[in-house]
Design a protein around this ligand. Structure first.
Ligand code: SAM
Length: 233
Protein backbone atom coordinates (compact mmCIF):
# COMPACT_ATOMS: atom_id res chain seq x y z
CA UNK A 1 0.00 0.00 0.00
CA UNK A 2 1.26 3.44 -0.89
CA UNK A 3 1.94 5.69 2.04
CA UNK A 4 0.22 8.72 0.50
CA UNK A 5 -2.04 10.05 3.21
CA UNK A 6 -4.13 13.19 2.67
CA UNK A 7 -5.64 14.88 5.71
CA UNK A 8 -8.06 17.66 4.83
CA UNK A 9 -9.14 20.23 7.41
CA UNK A 10 -12.40 21.78 6.30
CA UNK A 11 -15.68 23.33 7.36
CA UNK A 12 -17.37 21.14 4.74
CA UNK A 13 -16.20 17.53 5.23
CA UNK A 14 -19.32 16.38 3.37
CA UNK A 15 -17.71 17.67 0.16
CA UNK A 16 -15.21 14.76 0.35
CA UNK A 17 -14.39 12.45 -1.29
CA UNK A 18 -16.80 13.99 -3.84
CA UNK A 19 -15.20 13.79 -7.26
CA UNK A 20 -12.18 12.07 -5.72
CA UNK A 21 -14.45 9.09 -5.04
CA UNK A 22 -15.02 8.28 -8.72
CA UNK A 23 -12.91 7.19 -11.68
CA UNK A 24 -9.13 6.76 -11.25
CA UNK A 25 -8.83 8.38 -7.82
CA UNK A 26 -11.98 6.64 -6.52
CA UNK A 27 -10.80 3.23 -7.62
CA UNK A 28 -7.36 3.91 -6.13
CA UNK A 29 -8.98 5.00 -2.85
CA UNK A 30 -11.02 1.82 -2.78
CA UNK A 31 -7.90 -0.22 -3.54
CA UNK A 32 -6.02 1.42 -0.66
CA UNK A 33 -3.43 3.11 -2.91
CA UNK A 34 -3.98 6.34 -0.98
CA UNK A 35 -5.80 7.39 2.16
CA UNK A 36 -8.16 10.32 2.74
CA UNK A 37 -9.09 11.67 6.13
CA UNK A 38 -11.22 14.76 6.78
CA UNK A 39 -11.19 16.84 9.92
CA UNK A 40 -14.18 19.05 10.70
CA UNK A 41 -12.77 22.43 11.65
CA UNK A 42 -15.90 23.29 13.64
CA UNK A 43 -15.08 20.50 16.09
CA UNK A 44 -12.29 22.82 17.25
CA UNK A 45 -14.56 25.90 17.41
CA UNK A 46 -15.03 28.05 20.46
CA UNK A 47 -18.08 28.49 22.69
CA UNK A 48 -21.61 27.21 22.44
CA UNK A 49 -21.74 28.03 18.73
CA UNK A 50 -18.36 26.46 18.03
CA UNK A 51 -17.16 29.68 16.40
CA UNK A 52 -14.20 29.24 14.07
CA UNK A 53 -13.97 32.81 12.77
CA UNK A 54 -14.09 36.39 13.93
CA UNK A 55 -14.05 39.91 12.56
CA UNK A 56 -10.82 41.19 10.98
CA UNK A 57 -8.52 43.24 13.19
CA UNK A 58 -8.39 46.74 11.72
CA UNK A 59 -11.92 46.42 10.33
CA UNK A 60 -13.12 45.59 6.86
CA UNK A 61 -15.38 43.10 5.18
CA UNK A 62 -15.69 39.40 5.90
CA UNK A 63 -14.44 37.12 8.62
CA UNK A 64 -11.08 35.54 9.40
CA UNK A 65 -10.41 31.99 10.66
CA UNK A 66 -9.11 32.15 14.24
CA UNK A 67 -5.48 31.13 14.84
CA UNK A 68 -6.17 29.09 17.97
CA UNK A 69 -8.87 27.04 16.23
CA UNK A 70 -6.74 26.45 13.15
CA UNK A 71 -3.61 25.56 15.13
CA UNK A 72 -5.47 23.04 17.29
CA UNK A 73 -6.92 21.34 14.23
CA UNK A 74 -3.57 21.23 12.42
CA UNK A 75 -1.78 19.86 15.47
CA UNK A 76 -4.49 17.27 16.08
CA UNK A 77 -4.13 15.82 12.61
CA UNK A 78 -0.42 16.39 12.21
CA UNK A 79 1.48 16.14 15.50
CA UNK A 80 5.17 17.04 15.84
CA UNK A 81 7.21 14.51 13.85
CA UNK A 82 4.66 14.08 11.06
CA UNK A 83 6.81 14.38 7.93
CA UNK A 84 3.96 15.51 5.69
CA UNK A 85 3.98 19.08 4.40
CA UNK A 86 1.25 21.31 5.80
CA UNK A 87 -0.41 23.15 2.96
CA UNK A 88 -2.86 26.02 3.07
CA UNK A 89 -4.84 26.40 -0.13
CA UNK A 90 -4.71 30.11 -0.84
CA UNK A 91 -4.83 32.43 -3.85
CA UNK A 92 -1.80 34.18 -2.29
CA UNK A 93 0.24 30.99 -2.47
CA UNK A 94 2.95 29.87 -4.82
CA UNK A 95 1.23 28.49 -7.93
CA UNK A 96 0.95 24.70 -7.99
CA UNK A 97 3.09 23.09 -10.71
CA UNK A 98 3.43 19.58 -12.08
CA UNK A 99 6.92 19.43 -10.53
CA UNK A 100 5.47 20.18 -7.09
CA UNK A 101 2.68 17.65 -7.69
CA UNK A 102 5.28 15.01 -8.56
CA UNK A 103 7.31 15.83 -5.44
CA UNK A 104 4.17 15.48 -3.32
CA UNK A 105 3.36 12.15 -4.99
CA UNK A 106 6.84 10.92 -4.04
CA UNK A 107 6.27 11.89 -0.39
CA UNK A 108 4.23 10.51 2.50
CA UNK A 109 1.16 12.69 1.90
CA UNK A 110 -0.05 16.15 2.82
CA UNK A 111 -2.12 18.02 5.36
CA UNK A 112 -4.42 20.40 3.52
CA UNK A 113 -6.14 23.29 5.25
CA UNK A 114 -9.09 24.68 3.31
CA UNK A 115 -9.63 28.37 3.91
CA UNK A 116 -13.03 30.05 3.89
CA UNK A 117 -14.27 33.62 4.30
CA UNK A 118 -11.46 36.19 3.96
CA UNK A 119 -8.77 33.70 4.92
CA UNK A 120 -6.68 32.55 7.87
CA UNK A 121 -5.11 34.59 10.69
CA UNK A 122 -1.46 35.16 9.72
CA UNK A 123 -0.22 33.93 13.10
CA UNK A 124 -1.64 30.47 12.46
CA UNK A 125 0.11 30.37 9.09
CA UNK A 126 3.43 31.19 10.76
CA UNK A 127 2.96 29.13 13.93
CA UNK A 128 1.90 25.99 12.06
CA UNK A 129 4.41 26.57 9.23
CA UNK A 130 1.67 26.39 6.62
CA UNK A 131 2.89 26.60 3.04
CA UNK A 132 0.44 28.60 0.95
CA UNK A 133 -0.38 26.95 -2.39
CA UNK A 134 -2.53 28.44 -5.13
CA UNK A 135 -4.22 26.56 -7.95
CA UNK A 136 -4.45 29.63 -10.16
CA UNK A 137 -4.92 33.36 -10.43
CA UNK A 138 -8.61 33.50 -9.56
CA UNK A 139 -10.54 33.43 -6.30
CA UNK A 140 -12.67 30.46 -5.23
CA UNK A 141 -15.14 30.68 -2.37
CA UNK A 142 -13.27 28.06 -0.37
CA UNK A 143 -10.19 25.85 -0.37
CA UNK A 144 -12.05 22.54 -0.77
CA UNK A 145 -12.13 22.50 -4.57
CA UNK A 146 -8.50 23.60 -4.63
CA UNK A 147 -7.58 20.75 -2.27
CA UNK A 148 -9.41 18.31 -4.55
CA UNK A 149 -7.55 19.62 -7.58
CA UNK A 150 -4.22 19.13 -5.83
CA UNK A 151 -5.10 15.66 -4.52
CA UNK A 152 -6.43 14.53 -7.91
CA UNK A 153 -3.23 15.66 -9.64
CA UNK A 154 -1.11 13.80 -7.06
CA UNK A 155 -3.11 10.59 -6.85
CA UNK A 156 -3.01 9.86 -10.58
CA UNK A 157 0.80 9.76 -10.33
CA UNK A 158 0.90 7.25 -7.49
CA UNK A 159 2.27 3.83 -8.43
CA UNK A 160 -0.48 1.53 -9.66
CA UNK A 161 -3.10 4.24 -10.24
CA UNK A 162 -2.69 4.80 -13.97
CA UNK A 163 -3.01 1.70 -16.16
CA UNK A 164 0.06 2.56 -18.23
CA UNK A 165 2.90 3.88 -16.07
CA UNK A 166 4.29 5.72 -19.11
CA UNK A 167 1.11 7.70 -19.70
CA UNK A 168 2.14 10.27 -17.10
CA UNK A 169 5.67 10.73 -18.32
CA UNK A 170 5.10 12.59 -21.59
CA UNK A 171 2.13 14.70 -20.63
CA UNK A 172 1.82 18.47 -20.66
CA UNK A 173 4.38 20.12 -18.33
CA UNK A 174 6.31 16.88 -17.67
CA UNK A 175 8.68 17.65 -20.54
CA UNK A 176 8.44 21.41 -20.16
CA UNK A 177 6.09 21.54 -23.15
CA UNK A 178 2.36 21.27 -23.66
CA UNK A 179 1.37 17.93 -25.09
CA UNK A 180 1.01 17.42 -28.86
CA UNK A 181 -2.40 17.11 -30.59
CA UNK A 182 -4.22 13.77 -30.41
CA UNK A 183 -6.23 11.93 -33.08
CA UNK A 184 -8.23 8.72 -33.20
CA UNK A 185 -10.81 7.05 -35.46
CA UNK A 186 -12.53 7.86 -37.75
CA UNK A 187 -9.82 8.65 -40.25
CA UNK A 188 -11.93 11.48 -41.72
CA UNK A 189 -14.15 13.64 -39.58
CA UNK A 190 -16.21 16.59 -40.77
CA UNK A 191 -13.89 17.09 -43.74
CA UNK A 192 -10.72 16.87 -41.62
CA UNK A 193 -8.24 14.02 -41.97
CA UNK A 194 -5.75 12.62 -39.48
CA UNK A 195 -2.27 13.90 -40.47
CA UNK A 196 -0.79 11.29 -42.85
CA UNK A 197 2.40 10.92 -40.87
CA UNK A 198 0.52 9.53 -37.86
CA UNK A 199 -0.78 6.71 -40.05
CA UNK A 200 2.60 6.02 -41.69
CA UNK A 201 3.85 3.52 -39.10
CA UNK A 202 7.23 5.30 -39.11
CA UNK A 203 7.82 5.77 -35.39
CA UNK A 204 10.81 8.06 -35.73
CA UNK A 205 8.88 10.40 -38.00
CA UNK A 206 5.83 10.25 -35.75
CA UNK A 207 7.99 11.17 -32.74
CA UNK A 208 9.54 14.08 -34.67
CA UNK A 209 6.08 15.28 -35.74
CA UNK A 210 4.80 15.15 -32.17
CA UNK A 211 7.83 16.99 -30.82
CA UNK A 212 7.44 19.73 -33.41
CA UNK A 213 3.68 19.94 -32.87
CA UNK A 214 4.20 20.25 -29.10
CA UNK A 215 6.86 22.92 -29.54
CA UNK A 216 4.70 24.98 -31.92
CA UNK A 217 1.66 24.70 -29.65
CA UNK A 218 3.68 25.69 -26.61
CA UNK A 219 5.19 28.65 -28.45
CA UNK A 220 1.74 29.87 -29.46
CA UNK A 221 -0.04 29.33 -26.16
CA UNK A 222 2.62 29.34 -23.44
CA UNK A 223 5.80 31.06 -24.58
CA UNK A 224 6.72 31.36 -20.89
CA UNK A 225 7.20 27.57 -20.78
CA UNK A 226 9.50 27.62 -23.80
CA UNK A 227 11.58 30.38 -22.25
CA UNK A 228 11.97 28.34 -19.04
CA UNK A 229 13.11 25.36 -21.08
CA UNK A 230 15.92 26.93 -23.09
CA UNK A 231 18.88 24.58 -23.45
CA UNK A 232 16.88 21.36 -23.05
CA UNK A 233 17.14 20.31 -26.71
N1 SAM B 1 -9.51 37.16 0.76
C1 SAM B 1 -8.72 36.18 0.08
C2 SAM B 1 -7.77 36.87 -0.88
O1 SAM B 1 -8.13 37.88 -1.45
O2 SAM B 1 -6.63 36.34 -1.08
C3 SAM B 1 -9.61 35.19 -0.66
C4 SAM B 1 -10.34 34.26 0.23
S1 SAM B 1 -11.29 33.05 -0.65
C5 SAM B 1 -12.85 33.82 -0.77
C6 SAM B 1 -11.59 31.81 0.56
C7 SAM B 1 -10.66 30.62 0.53
O3 SAM B 1 -10.75 29.97 -0.72
C8 SAM B 1 -9.19 30.92 0.68
O4 SAM B 1 -8.83 31.09 2.05
C9 SAM B 1 -8.54 29.69 0.09
O5 SAM B 1 -8.49 28.62 1.01
C10 SAM B 1 -9.51 29.31 -1.01
N2 SAM B 1 -9.06 29.76 -2.34
C11 SAM B 1 -9.61 30.73 -3.09
N3 SAM B 1 -8.97 30.87 -4.26
C12 SAM B 1 -7.98 29.97 -4.28
C13 SAM B 1 -6.95 29.62 -5.21
N4 SAM B 1 -6.82 30.27 -6.37
N5 SAM B 1 -6.10 28.64 -4.89
C14 SAM B 1 -6.21 27.98 -3.72
N6 SAM B 1 -7.15 28.26 -2.78
C15 SAM B 1 -8.04 29.24 -3.05
Amino acid sequence: MSGFHASVITLYPEMFPGPLGVSLSGKALEDGLWRLETLFLRDFGRGRHRAVDDTPAGGGAGMVLRPDVVAEAVEAVSPEGDARPRLLLSPRGRPLTQARVRALADGPGAVLLCGRFEGVDQRAIEHCRLEEVSIGDYVLSGGELAAMVLIDAVVRLLPGVMGNPLSGAFESFETGLLEHDHYTRPRDFAGRAIPDILLSGDHAKIEAWRRENARALTGARRPDLLAGRRGHD
